[in-house]
Write a protein of this length. Structure first.
Length: 337
């Protein structure tokens, strides 16, 4: 970015007469500063270190330059300056922001292999630095404050006709025929609508995908438990624990299991405020901490335990930490009894 562009975009004033003409990057994190960067000094105390680290320019609300040889741009409002620079970068680089549902985004992360697509999960300041990357055309973002800065936001929509054929499907996986190829994926039919939306979006924007890359997503992810309450390999037990933080998704899981596994015994493990709501449907217990949750998973009889108020990663960690202290039998059990 040229100095005069930075001044014009930020509505700032250049207080020095530097010999340099442009900046290599725009940086907000003092730890990322390199020679040639333009530093946005939200914290004025970081300015001396930025100059020492090689910054060619400083944007600040301070009208007292610390170095006459670098570009010192003074602005009235740093937040407004940040917003203007983000909008400029999006336009100059012709980048489109993409808004997906959490499940669509999880699927997209699994199958998109196109280098012109990136996923971002951070705040506005980190996003401006993220835009320093080259060759980006689409950025998937779910923070509304960032999406609001774009002049165009692309969304995925479930098509009337799926772009693939469903050959078979079980509770936790499906076999589909897409682009002349068979794929067996660990994705429940519950989410094939989201898969359709992502694939349709990618087709419309010529975004490369590889369904063979799909492993699993954390939504409706089955954690199989043996008789001792320990995690085992996929499909190797009749007890399954599934975690979900969002109550609406939780209700969606309930309906899916009720319609597709009528033979199964369901157990609900929920925060205490939801006990009355779900106890009318199936056996329900309230838990107040992860140990109490795992105790129920160890001792109760069920086929499907739906856990509300915790995500899959935390459930797996809890099951690992609070595994049932029981000696599992082995080939030598009973020889010395």
């Amino acid at each position: 970015m040229k100095i005069n562009e930075a001044v014009e975009i930020t509505k700032g004033n250049l207080l020095t007469s530097p010999s340099i003409a442009s900046f290599s990057r725009i940086i907000l994190d003092i730890n990322h500063i390199q020679k040639g960067d333009l530093f946005l000094a939200f914290n004025p105390e970081e300015i001396p270190l930025a100059i020492e680290s090689g910054a060619y320019g400083i944007i600040s609300c301070s009208s007292q330059p610390l170095d006459q040889e670098i570009a010192w741009i003074v602005v009235q409002d740093m937040s407004d300056c940040l917003t203007r620079l983000i909008r400029y970068k999006l336009l100059a680089k012709n980048i489109t922001l993409v808004s997906l549902s959490p499940i669509e985004e999880a699927i997209a992360k699994e199958i998109i292999i196109d280098h012109k697509v990136a996923f971002f999960d951070g705040d506005l300041r980190a996003f401006l630095e993220f835009l320093n990357q080259d060759q980006l055309t689409f950025i998937v973002v779910h923070h509304q404050d960032i999406l609001d800065l774009s002049f165009e936001v692309l969304n995925a929509h479930k098509p009337k006709n799926r772009p693939f054929l469903i050959l078979t499907h079980n509770l936790f996986d499906a076999t589909i025929f897409y682009a002349s190829t068979h794929y067996r994926i660990n994705l429940p039919s519950l989410f094939l609508g989201e898969l359709s939306a992502v694939l349709t979006l990618c087709e419309s924007k010529s975004i490369a995908v590889d369904i063979n890359k799909f492993k699993h997503i954390s939504y409706f992810k089955p954690n199989f438990l043996n008789a001792y309450g320990k995690l085992i390999d996929f499909g190797q037990a009749s007890k399954v624990a599934i975690a979900e933080e969002d109550i609406e998704q939780f209700k969606r899981y309930m309906a899916y299991i009720a319609n597709n596994a009528t033979w199964g015994k369901i157990l609900f493990l929920v925060p205490i405020v939801y006990v009355d709501l779900f106890s009318q449907i199936a056996q329900t217990h309230a838990y107040s901490n992860e140990k109490e949750l795992c105790d129920y998973l160890h001792k109760e009889n069920f086929n499907f335990a739906l856990v509300l108020g915790i995500n899959d990663a935390k459930l797996v960690d809890a099951l690992t930490i609070f595994s049932k202290p029981t000696d599992e039998p082995n080939l030598f059990s009973g020889l010395w009894d």
